[in-house]
Design a protein around this ligand. Structure first.
Ligand SMILES: [Zn+2]
Length: 362
């Protein structure tokens, strides 16, 4: 079978031919039907380091180990690539993503594969059945959407808050929707791309700001003018860049929270004036990935049609075309969510590129 993995010697992704994996007692053999491309799949230091190359799949259970009770052959499922140990003290305190067992990647060899083994803890603790009306590609969006749910929880978003989301890629557009579900009365979204900001408005952003067309001072004025003189109570910073974090801090209102989502480069340093935080009681809340608590929560909202996710999908590729998919993701400005389809003939007919992007009338 074919699989895309990171070659540990070259540090580059490649397609390999490997045997279909054998499973152990508590494991399943899983057939990914759609797998989202994540920004972290194109960060070189990440794919060579902690690694979770190919981690947003949904698909079909092909075979189950003899101790598997919660799922059977033929089931349509989402399964998370990383899960905390429920006995872990960090998890019990609400920080499951820093559990020492959390980094264990559950797909062997990869979710960018025709088939993959899913390890026991992942099968048992963070597997969700997809209802018939949910497509695999929508199911694959549970993971990224769950990260934004966790981020809003970490930010302590309160009903009536004004939220600024910096970045209007697939995650920023997810954050815009999740913030509304958390009770934000105003959601503002900024980005450098007008076409993404148009999407954002269609997905419910109250207004949008093109960062490239205004100075930071002008942006402060724009926000204050429409927000009773205040900046944002919660600022969500998606781009993994120091400059975006610095701007996020400046756009946070007194008593507010600025929340970092993306990992900045190794060794990069954010310089802060502690008194800026002190006299304004601003909280810096980092939010990393997601746990079973958030996947269950967002899956329910997605299944009930209360989070619009299929509109985030702009491109489809086959597994053979994965290098093209990764190159497009690396450019960032031309796509939202890109889907890789390891079994395109079964899923779409022969040409996945004929599908999507969806229109908002769908
Ligand atoms: Zn991801």
């Amino acid at each position: 079978m074919k699989a895309a993995i990171v070659n540990k010697e070259t540090g580059k992704p490649e397609i390999v031919d490997v045997p279909i994996p054998e499973i152990q007692e508590g494991e399943i053999l899983f057939k990914p039907m759609a797998c989202g491309v994540c920004g972290s799949d194109v960060i070189d230091w990440n794919i060579n380091g902690p690694g979770s190359f190919g981690h947003e799949p949904a698909g079909i259970v092909v075979k189950v180990g003899k101790n598997v009770k919660n799922v059977k052959e033929g089931d349509r499922i989402f399964v998370h690539h990383r899960v905390p140990n429920p006995d872990c003290r960090f998890f019990r305190r609400g920080h499951g993503t820093v559990c020492p067992e959390y980094p264990q990647y559950g797909f062997i060899p990869s979710a960018y594969a025709e088939f993959t083994r899913v390890t026991e803890r992942h099968v048992r603790l963070d597997l969700i059945h997809l209802p018939d009306h949910i497509s695999f590609e929508v199911g694959a969006l549970i993971e990224p959407m769950a990260t934004m749910w966790r981020l809003m929880s970490r930010a302590g978003l309160q009903g009536g808050d004004t939220v600024l989301v910096i970045g209007a890629g697939a995650l920023g557009l997810s954050a815009v929707q999740v913030a509304q579900r958390f009770g934000a009365t105003m959601v503002i979204n900024s980005d450098y791309n007008d076409w993404k900001l148009e999407y954002s408005k269609a997905l419910g952003a109250d207004f949008t700001i093109n960062r490239g067309k205004h100075t930071l001072d002008e942006i402060k004025e724009i926000i204050r003018e429409s927000n009773e003189g205040r900046l944002a109570d919660v600022v969500v910073v998606i781009p993994p860049r120091i400059k975006a974090l610095e701007e996020g801090i400046e756009l946070t209102e007194k008593g507010g929270v600025v929340s970092q989502f993306g990992p900045t480069g190794p060794g990069e340093v954010l310089t802060i004036d502690p008194n800026y935080f002190f006299f304004r009681e601003i909280t810096y809340a980092a939010s990393y990935s997601s746990t079973p608590n958030e996947t269950k929560m967002v899956a329910d909202f997605i299944f009930k049609g209360k989070l619009k996710v299929k509109h985030l999908i702009t491109h489809h590729y086959t597994l053979d075309q994965i290098m093209e998919a990764l190159a497009l993701k690396k450019k960032a400005e031309d796509s939202l969510k890109i889907m890789v389809h390891p079994h395109p003939d079964e899923y779409f007919g022969s040409n996945p590129k004929d599908y999507g992007p969806y229109s908002f009338g769908d």
